[in-house]
Write a protein that binds this ligand. Structure first.
Ligand code: LLP
Length: 432
């Protein structure tokens, strides 16, 4: 199996030691499951490695765009993680979960004045400045509120992370951040230090997502570019790089063909490299932050569906339609993402049938996964899609007025509802 929390027991699929067929019966389908222990152990891999290799003060931030709801922020608070937030909605949710907002970092390439004001009022610790337009607005609002806002400048190091285009964000032509290569980052720092209500505390880059970095050079090269830039800014303008945020992006296993990512080993290598490079550039070691999202929650998730229609087009292909689809998991429709799909109530049968697993939306592109091999399903069978903890619930929509599934957490062999299933009443709540 692709992850240790997935096992088969007789003909039933188990997730986090619970029978998925029972869970489907109890909570209904479609259903998002999340393994709380797995989330916590993924956090601890980062927390321990960053402390061990970078030292005190360096720590991970959970990129909460991967999965954002109150319970997740409570877990992050309990684990001592920082958080990366990208919208007023995420800020609001974190505040409602009593997350200590001084440990939060506010991202985004278009923060509106009201977003900025909300973030300041809620005590967000750090703003990740994406562009000058925003920085001016942050300075103006900080002045109005009589505060000095800590700011980290988002830079594009010009690195190609070898992942799919939609998530490669560290290249020079990215919509995010300020380019080092064009000289604009230098100009940016020069101007930023003239603002009275802003304190520049460091730099950020995020090369991309679902990065395996098998040659082991993406993060090291990016850090060299960032440190070299930091050293130059210190020399030229006296700005000390107190924080270097290396972003997120470590890949996870969606299928058996995906490699295992050695998070601890990669952090160890990165730490050694950064230590050497800071010495080479003659600057002191900054605090290092990282922003994992996918690698914290993806393999802690699974989605269960019920099979509806099975359609065989003689001489062409087969479709197995399920009671969810692109509304709860748009990732195949958007990126052609691969997933492992299992027939959860018939695990011991031969996989002698091939079909596209299709959603219920009125749209041909609503496919969860093409060419899945499985025992020929029947109406009412349970389909499990693995590794759906990241960018599924958080990217879900109400297209075709389909209510979002609930999120059920599993902890210590017990299941509890973290997010309720949406009702039809929820769908019309704002209709006047
Ligand atoms: N930091 C920043 C600034 C980011 O933009 C992202 C992801 C992360 C951290 C977390 O990256 P991760 O560790 O999760 O790879 N919807 C796409 C993924 C979009 C990623 C956006 N940014 C997907 O479903 O594949």
């Amino acid at each position: 199996m692709i992850c240790e929390n997935i096992t088969a027991n007789g003909n039933h699929l188990y997730f986090a030691a619970l029978d998925t067929v029972d869970l489907a019966k109890k909570h209904g389908t479609p259903l998002y499951l999340m393994d709380e222990n797995r989330i916590r152990s993924n956090c601890r891999i980062y927390l321990n490695a960053m402390k061990k290799y970078f030292g005190e003060g360096s720590h991970p931030l959970y990129a909460s765009k991967a999965a954002s709801f109150k319970r997740i922020y409570e877990i992050m608070k309990e684990e001592g993680m920082g958080i990366d937030l990208v919208s007023p909605g995420e800020i609001y949710t974190a505040v409602k979960a009593d997350f200590p907002m001084e440990n939060s970092f506010f991202h985004g390439n278009n923060k509106t004045d009201s977003d900025i004001a909300l973030a300041m009022d809620k005590g967000v610790g750090y703003f990740m400045a994406d562009n000058m337009c925003e920085l001016k607005a942050v300075n103006t609002l900080a002045k109005e509120k009589g505060i000095t806002q800590k700011v980290i400048i988002r830079l594009t190091p010009g690195i190609d992370p070898h992942t799919y285009a939609a998530v490669a964000t560290g290249k020079v032509d990215s919509k995010f951040g300020v380019a080092i290569e064009t000289g604009q980052a230098d100009e940016f720092v020069k101007e930023a230090i003239t603002f009275e209500n802003i304190e520049i505390v460091g730099y950020h880059c995020h090369v991309g997502s679902q990065v395996f970095d098998e040659e082991g050079s993406v993060y090291l090269d990016a850090s060299t570019i960032m440190l070299s830039f930091g050293a130059e800014m210190q020399k030229k303008y006296g700005v000390e790089m107190k924080i270097l945020n290396m972003g997120g992006g470590f890949g996870v296993r969606y299928t058996d063909a995906d490699p295992y990512m050695d998070i601890d080993g990669n952090i160890e290598k990165l730490a050694e490299h950064i230590k050497n490079e800071t010495a080479r550039f003659g600057i002191s070691m900054p605090k290092i932050l990282m922003e994992p999202g996918r690698s914290i929650v993806a393999d802690a998730g699974m989605t269960l569906y019920s099979v509806g229609t099975v359609k065989e087009i003689t001489g062409y292909k087969n479709y197995v339609s399920i009671d969810g689809g692109m509304t709860d998991n748009p990732r195949y429709a958007l990126y052609g993402s691969k997933y492992t799909v299992l027939l959860a109530n018939r695990m011991d049968e031969e996989k002698d049938f091939t079909a596209d697993v299709a959603g219920r939306c009125c749209e041909s592109g609503d496919i969860i996964q093409p060419d899945v091999k499985m025992p020929k399903p029947q109406r009412g069978d349970i389909i499990a899609v693995c590794t759906t903890g990241a960018y599924n619930y958080s990217m879900a929509s109400n297209y075709n007025r389909i209510p979002r599934p609930p999120v059920v957490m599993i902890s210590g062999g017990k299941d509890y509802v973290a997010v309720k299933r949406e009702s039809f009443e929820d769908l019309i709540r704002n209709d006047l």
